[in-house]
Design a protein around this ligand. Sequence first.
Ligand code: NOJ
Length: 534
Amino acid sequence: MPNWLNDAVFYEIYPQSFCDSNADGIGDFQGIISRLDYIRDLGFNALWINPCFDSPFRDAGYDVRDYKKTAARYGTNEDLVRLFEEAHSRGIHVLLDLVPGHTSEEHEWFRKSCSLEKNEFSDRYIWTDFCFRGAGNFGYPYIGGEAERPGTYLLNFFKCQPALNYGWLDADESWKCASDGDAARSTVEAVKDVMRFWMDRGCDGFRVDMAASLVKGDDEKKTGTSRIWKEIRAMLDRDYPECALVSEWSHPELSLKAGFHADFLLNEADSPYSTLVRDYQNHAGSLVYSDPFFTGEDPDCDMKYEDHSFFRMDAGGDITRFMDGYLKLYEETKDLGYISLITCNHDTVRPSFGLTPEELKLFYAFLFTMPGVPFLYYGDEIGQRYLSLRTLEGGYFRTGSRSPMQWSRDKNLGFSDADEKDLYLPVDPAGDAPVVSEMLEDPSSLLHMVRSILSLRHKDPDLQAVPNLKILYMEKGSLPFVYQRGERICAVNPSSECVSAAVDVPDRQALWQIGSGTLAGGMVTLQPQSFIVF
Ligand code: NOJ
């Protein structure tokens, strides 16, 4: 386990929309470099940058055309190396986004794989042996009729993203390669080669896209895929022991055993977005998918839904809806690695869509005082809004969370000097769109709250990633929620009522707070909308 992860707090950057240094309307590496002081001063000491490699951008860069070359719109490989160096000189680590499950259909490997003549890349992707059949019972999507080769090929996500071939756990048909056979081996070696390429140039690790998706026909425990990650981790431990691996898997009980150091908790049913910030339940109490355009009514079944998100004031939220699932995973994995909670990411709706700035403060205070390695998505520190935008680069509803960072009241909110019509995406048109420059001036802003809780976390080893969580008070339908981290006790009350609960701990003073409260005589008492670290 790289030691630096214990005190790491990540800032996710969607490079298209962060900062444009050359007025072409799209963000770039130099723009990121110019904002590193800002990121460090807020208290973030690690970055995750979404894919920044050569790509036709049919899925915002998750369709990689060349893993070893940066996309010209962001800058050159040398610029990216300079970004690593500038980040390191400020104590900031940098994770790149590794997309091992698929490439762009424009990747050279895929072009060669389509050829009728057998070549080195014929088995780099998953081809069936007949032009009119797909992948049997497994239901993987496939494409036919595009290549001269008389077979169909499997997709991993969009049509533009053919699946790389890591073989099948159960290679029961002649066209299926075994997950430990030569074809699968050569794909694994190719991915290792890409990782080495960027590690040798100074990156500090990878966020791994769809990490569970490698071996097809895999079992529930992902035996085949896990074997590959264990092998990759062994290579990294040997040659790059400080390299961090964070998975998009959302099953820490599998991913951490497979060798990842941290795993995002993303499942809608137990993620921060649903039960903590957008918890739409019908009257029977069941959760529905948190759709940004959801109105609270289901036209098909005449059912009314209410938002019972925990951090919404007076929504009657229930922390056990989140914590029951979380604690199960936490107990099972706490000695293996970390669970990563996030404010949101480039695939989800921003938390400001459901919560007011005051509610966001409570949500973030919780997020940054929990164990594991937390991530904040750019703009969430100012409560940047989810916008209603036309889809771009395969974003669909996700596009609304990808609008340009709002730096100031200058042209294009300080994101770019380009003409408005040339911007990658429009900036928030609202007159009261939150901006960094104004929040920096306001000590009571969300931004200052983020800075202050991160400063507390960095000073106090008990509040870092370490698995020292103990629940002191958590009851269904009752507040506050109280938990212990080593010597520290955290208590939160999102409601508009004063609440209290009995806890079996000695009296303590408040060390950090939103709102107010006390911990004395075996009782913790919290005023409305309060979060206290005792
Ligand atoms: C997950 C990424 O976060 C998402 O943005 C992308 O579209 C898919 N994986 C496919 O790579």
